[in-house]
Design a protein around this ligand. Structure first.
Ligand SMILES: [Zn+2]
Length: 81
């Protein structure tokens, strides 16, 4: 059953609702059916997964090139001022 995030355009309340068929959910705060369906949730998951993958890649790079990374950091520190 699909679960969507909605934002009420009347009171800006945001909530999750199950949508069955063509049934339109109503805002639990004010009862309005003027809602905007949010499609940001999968994107957040994707970016979070991507961030974890990046972190894992950085850890792997760090383990493989500890000395090189250290030297590079020293260079950057000395070079930055
Ligand atoms: Zn509302």
């Amino acid at each position: 059953m699909p679960m969507f995030d909605f934002v009420c355009t009347s009171c800006q309340h945001s909530f999750e609702a199950l949508v069955r068929g063509s049934q339109v959910p109503a805002c639990p705060a004010c009862g309005s059916e003027a809602l905007e369906k949010q499609i940001a949730l999968p994107a957040i998951k994707t970016s979070s997964t991507h961030g974890m993958a990046m972190a894992a890649a950085k850890r792997r790079d760090k383990a493989q090139g500890q000395e090189r990374v250290h030297a590079q950091r020293q260079y950057e520190l000395n070079h930055d001022d």
